[in-house]
Design a protein around this ligand. Structure first.
Ligand code: ADP
Length: 246
């Protein structure tokens, strides 16, 4: 659906304008949310390289620069996504650019990001080999994974364990991300995927967020024909699951 055409055709309909404004606000908020992780990673590596008290060997310098370039690529792809989002229907349907992707490889790449290492969490990845390829939009699925991993880090203490598991059933793969963090009340569990919902859990200032990551994740997974859900108890951590057909 062409948004601009729709707007011209319905200039008398104020609620349409409200819907479109709301949609753009949500897209912009979602993008800012996604840009935070790669930006802090780029800043972290650049700052480290510029430290005057350490002389890095050439190999380490190249390694850091490689990560900076990878993160810049990710940011570039997000910006393309913003341009592409003009083709998004204002009803929230997503256009998928599907190709076979390896979830274990994608997870490995995400975990290499310094931001997770800096937080001193221990990651265990338990994914059976060989793991089926899924036909999916790589950029969008990476957005879901980054969001779930970022949340697991954000809502648990340093030095705790995060476990990422992969399961294979006869027609779908299931990825789960388990943390040992603050957890979520049962009454809030099914509201997590609603837009702008945030549990008033008294966490510190660093844990600011928009409550858009999980709704976006749900929209992406559902548009791939998958499912997304969570299990948790307060102070006993949380497990987020998503499935994708293969
Ligand atoms: P954000 O983290 O930006 O607020 P999300 O949509 O990603 O937005 O998450 C919504 C809410 O769900 C968070 O504010 C938090 O209260 C809760 N939440 C998400 N993941 C976890 C987790 N792993 N452990 C505890 N609470 C979580």
């Amino acid at each position: 659906m062409n948004i601009h055409k729709e707007v011209r055709q319905s200039t008398s309909d104020n609620s349409l304008f409200e819907n479109i404004t709301q949609m753009w606000l949500e897209i912009l908020a979602g993008l800012s949310h996604d840009m935070r992780t790669p930006l802090s990673s780029i800043k972290g590596y650049a700052t480290t390289l510029l430290r005057e008290d350490v002389s890095w060997d050439v190999e380490t310098q190249r390694e850091f620069l490689k990560i900076i370039i990878e993160e810049t690529d990710f940011l570039e792809s997000l910006i393309s996504k913003l341009l592409e989002s003009t083709t998004l229907s204002w009803k929230g349907e997503i256009e998928l650019n599907k190709k076979p992707i390896s979830l274990p490889q994608m997870i490995k790449r995400i975990l290499n990001d310094a931001i997770y290492q800096n937080k001193q969490h221990t990651f265990h990845v338990l994914i059976p080999e060989p793991f089926p390829l899924v036909n999916a939009d790589a950029l969008l699925i990476e957005r879901v994974l980054r969001n779930l991993i970022e949340n697991a880090v954000k809502y648990s203490m340093a030095n705790t364990l995060l476990v990422i598991k992969g399961e294979i059933t006869f027609d779908e793969v299931i990825i789960s991300i388990a943390d040992q963090g603050i957890g979520i009340d049962e009454e809030h569990l099914n509201m997590l995927f609603e837009k702008f919902f945030r549990v008033n859990n008294g966490t510190d200032e660093q844990n600011k967020g928009l409550g858009l990551g999980l709704p976006m994740a749900r929209q992406i997974i559902i548009s791939h024909g998958g499912r997304i859900w969570a299990k948790s108890k307060p102070n006993e951590g949380a497990i987020f699951y998503f499935s994708l057909p293969y």
